[in-house]
Write a protein that binds this ligand. Sequence first.
Ligand SMILES: [Fe+2]
Length: 264
Amino acid sequence: MKIKLRKEALTIPNLVQDLNGYTIMHISDLHFKEYMKKDETFNNLILSQNSDLILITGDFITSDNDIVPLLDFLKKIKARDGVFATLGNHDYIYSTISEHFIFSKIRGIRKNNVQRLIESLSGIGIRMLINDSILIKRNKSTIFLEGTDDPVLGKPMISDKDANYNRSDFKILMSHSPDMLYLPDFNKKSFDLMLSGHTHGGQIRIPFFGPIVTSTKFTQKNEVLGLFKKNNTYVNVNGGIGHSALPIRINCPSEIVLITLEKI
Ligand SMILES: [Fe+2]
C-alpha cells in the first residue's frame, strides 16, 4: 500500500506554550478491506511519527463483514493523548448510489451494523465522538475536541458552548464531510481546526482543473483536499486511504496528515 505522509504546520497566534509543537495525526476514509492487513506500511508510518493525538474522521469500513480484521489492523495504533474518531456515511451503509449502479446485479445497498462497529472500535481504545465532546489535558492547558455524526446520512449536531469549551486553549472539530462548514450548526462555536475527509480528494484529479467528482453538496471544488483557512478556522480535508465506488486514484494518492501546532 502506497501512502503519502503530508505534513502541515499551523501557525497560531497566542498559542499556549504547552501546545507549541503538539502533533495531531489525521487519518480518514480507510475503507478497510481484508487485504490491507498484510501490509505494515500504514501502521509503521503512523507509529514512526509518535504523534500526541490521533484523530480519525470516519469511513472505517465499506462492509461490516470487515469489522473483525479491521480491529486487528487498528489495535496497534496508539498516541500519547489517545485515539478519537467519528463516523462516515460508509460506516452506515454497504454501498453508495454509484456503487449500486455498478454492482446492483451483484449486491444492493444494505445497512451496516453501525452499533457493532462503534462498540468494537471502543473495545480497542478508539473513543468515538458522535455528537459528543471531550477535554484533553496537556500539563496546565487543554484541548476541546468535538465530533459530529456523519453529515451525509446521520444527524450532525454541535452542542451549545459549555464550561469545557470556554476554558479550553485550542478547539478542534471532527466531521466526516466538509459540508459541515456550510450547516448552520457549525456557527454555534468557533473552532481553531476542523478535520474532515469523505471526498477522497476526488480520487481522480485533472491537472489545472481539479477533481471531476467531489461527493459534496455545498463544499467548493478547491475545498475538497488539503489545508485551507475558512474565516478563523483552519480546515484540513484528508484525501483518505481507501476508495469507495471505483478502485482508482489518479494524481490523488492515499494519505495521512501530520499536523503540528506552532506558536507565532
Ligand atoms: Fe469515504
